[in-house]
Design a protein around this ligand. Structure first.
Ligand code: IPE
Ligand code: IPE
Ligand code: MG
Length: 248
């Protein structure tokens, strides 16, 4: 039985979030510069997006560049940005062909103006695509996002548009960049690191976590299927007992 045959299509995660890590280490292992890892990592994005769309996953959210990644050497930051923008522009026809919508979360204002424009163009062009939404987390961090949400909510209170006693969990969710998306069912992190690195902290409250030693440039369709199979072996209890969840 092949891996894909072991996937139960009726129980797919609706939203998969991925921390794409390990590009630099992979390149070093090949005796190459870190940049080469980022370049090959783009191919993994293509493979995973295709696998997810083919299966019928509705949303994938990919951590492409964190707020903290701005602190890397300037040459690496510039190289990653150029690579990202080129890849997005180059892959726009594929997104259109595969009916995939591209959206972005993060502090895009930090990016160079021409890169912001390039992103806006692709977002606009793919906005009516409906098979899957691919969200890129760019210049993103959860604490940045939550801080912004708090500021917006505080402003509404100051303007008498909202009362403190009316704040619910939904109020907070609705002020996050991810307000249009369901919370991730599954979070994948590659490269053998067991941390969240400031990613979707609020949204992953009940996500299933999957860690793999595979470095991102080596992560392919089969690796994605393995993560889905593992996810399908879990029992999601959301605080209840097993007996309550499995009504036999
Ligand atoms: C992930 O790979 C890509 C980004 C963070 C942009 P890394 O560049 O973090 O690779 P490692 O973790 O150093 O191997
Ligand atoms: C997390 O990877 C961010 C992205 C994958 C874009 P990092 O490589 O930046 O995370 P840390 O520094 O190991 O926590
Ligand atoms: Mg890393």
């Amino acid at each position: 039985m092949t891996l894909i045959d072991r996937i139960d299509i009726s129980r797919l995660p609706k939203h998969v979030a991925i921390i794409m890590d390990g590009n630099g280490r992979w390149a070093k292992k090949q005796g190459k510069e870190r940049y080469y890892g980022h370049q090959v990592g783009v191919q993994s994005v293509k493979k995973v997006a295709e696998a997810a769309a083919e299966l019928g996953v509705e949303y994938i959210t990919l951590y492409a560049f964190s707020t903290e990644n701005w602190n890397r050497p300037k040459e690496e930051v510039d190289a990653i940005m150029a690579l990202l923008i080129d890849a997005i522009a180059q892959e726009t026809p594929t997104l259109m062909k595969n009916n995939i919508k591209l959206e972005v979360i993060g502090d895009i204002a930090q990016m160079a103006k021409e890169n912001q424009e390039a992103l806006k163009n692709v977002i606009e062009k793919t906005k009516d695509n409906s098979r899957m939404t691919m969200v890129l987390a760019l210049s993103y961090s959860s604490r940045w996002e939550i801080t912004n949400a708090v500021k917006e909510i505080a402003l509404k209170i100051a303007n008498n548009e909202l009362k403190p006693e009316d704040i619910t969990q939904e109020t907070i969710s609705c002020h996050l960049n991810t307000k249009k998306y369901p919370d991730p069912d599954l979070l994948i992190r590659t490269s053998g690191e067991y941390r969240i690195s400031n990613y979707l902290l609020w949204q992953i409250a009940y996500s299933e976590l999957y860690f793999t030693n595979t470095l991102w440039p080596e992560f392919d369709k089969e690796s994605f299927y393995e993560a889905i199979i593992d996810f399908q072996s879990r029992e999601r209890r959301f605080g209840k007992t097993s007996e309550q969840v499995c009504i036999k």
